[in-house]
Ligand binder design. Structure first.
Ligand SMILES: [Zn+2]
Length: 273
C-alpha cells in the first residue's frame, strides 16, 4: 500500500514538473528571439505593457484584426489595430492618417547615411530585433546598412505625390504607396542594403551574399521579406529584397516556412483585386 502511494505521488509530481517545464519553455520561446542579447530587457517591458493584447492576437491568429477594422466610404479598410505587430497594411488596408507609433527609437545599427533623420527610427521591439539581426549577420561576415525606417503619413504623401509628377500614377503605384498604405508608417519596416550594391535599394541586392543571408535568416529575428519575387499580384508591390517587416517571432517563421505573403497568411484579399 505504501509503495503504491509513493509511486502515485512520484508520477503526480513528475507530471506537474513536465507541465511547469513546458509552460516556461513556451514563454521563453515567445519572448526571447533566437539569439538574445543583453538588450532583451526593454523588449520584455514593451511586451508586458500589452500582454493582454498579445494573448488576444495569438488566439485570433489567422484572422488578422478584421473584427476591429472599419470600412471607409471608398471600400478601403482603415485598420483597427495599427499598433499590432501583425497589422496588415496594403492598398486595401490603410492606417489612420494620424497614427504615429508611440515608441519610436533609433536602432543602434550602421546607416547608409550620416545625418539625423526621422527615417532612422523604428518601434522599440523592432529596433531591438534589428540590432540582433545586424549582429548575427556581422558574425557571418555580412555588413548591412539600414536605409529607411519610419515614415510619417505626411512624408509619405509628399513622396508619393512627387513620384506621380515624375512617373505618373500607374507606374508610381507599382513601387510607392499612397499615404496611409505604407508599412513604413507602422514603424515596423526597415529597408536595408549593403556595400555590394553601393548602398542602393535595388533588386540585384537579392542576389548578393547580403540579400541571400537576409532571405534565409530574417525570420529568426521576427522579420519577413515582405515583398517577395513573384508575389506582386498579391502584395501589390514589386519585388523588394531590401524591405524588412517586423511581425514578431510568433509568426515570422510560419510565414517564412509556408512561403506565403502576409495577405495569404491572414487570409486577406490579394492587393490586385
Ligand atoms: Zn521599404
Amino acid at each position: 500500500m505504501k509503495i503504491i502511494w509513493v509511486i502515485t505521488l512520484l508520477s503526480v509530481s513528475l507530471t506537474a514538473c513536465s507541465i511547469g517545464q513546458l509552460n516556461s519553455d513556451e514563454e521563453t520561446n515567445e519572448e526571447v528571439p533566437a539569439s538574445s542579447t543583453q538588450q532583451e530587457q526593454p523588449e520584455k517591458t514593451n511586451e508586458n505593457q500589452d500582454s493582454t493584447k498579445s494573448e488576444d492576437d495569438s488566439s485570433e491568429k489567422g484572422k488578422g484584426n478584421q473584427a476591429e477594422d472599419k470600412v471607409l466610404e471608398d471600400g478601403i479598410v482603415e485598420v483597427g489595430d495599427p499598433a499590432s505587430n501583425q497589422v496588415v497594411v496594403n492598398k486595401h488596408r490603410k492606417l489612420p492618417s494620424d497614427y504615429v507609433p508611440a515608441d519610436l527609437t533609433v536602432p543602434d545599427v550602421p546607416f547608409s547615411f550620416s545625418e539625423d533623420h526621422p527615417k532612422k527610427q523604428m518601434r522599440e521591439e523592432a529596433a531591438r530585433a534589428l540590432e540582433e539581426l545586424f549582429d548575427a549577420a556581422k558574425e557571418d561576415g555580412i555588413d548591412f546598412a539600414a536605409a529607411s525606417g519610419y515614415r510619417s503619413f505626411d512624408r509619405q504623401k509628399d513622396i508619393y505625390e512627387r513620384y506621380i509628377e515624375i512617373y505618373g500614377k500607374e507606374k508610381t503605384d507599382t513601387f510607392s504607396a499612397p499615404p496611409g498604405t505604407s508599412e513604413h508608417q507602422t514603424g515596423l519596416a526597415m529597408d536595408v542594403t549593403s556595400a555590394q550594391v553601393a548602398f542602393k535599394l535595388e533588386q540585384s541586392f537579392g542576389e548578393t551574399d547580403a540579400g541571400e543571408w537576409l532571405a534565409d535568416h530574417a525570420h529568426e529575428y521576427g522579420f519577413i521579406i515582405r515583398y517577395k519575387e513573384g508575389t506582386e499580384d498579391i502584395t501589390g508591390y514589386m519585388y523588394e529584397p531590401w524591405h524588412l517587416r517586423y511581425v514578431g517571432n510568433e509568426i515570422s517563421s510560419d510565414v517564412h516556412y509556408q512561403a506565403v505573403t502576409l495577405e495569404e497568411f491572414f487570409g486577406f484579399h490579394p492587393a490586385s483585386e
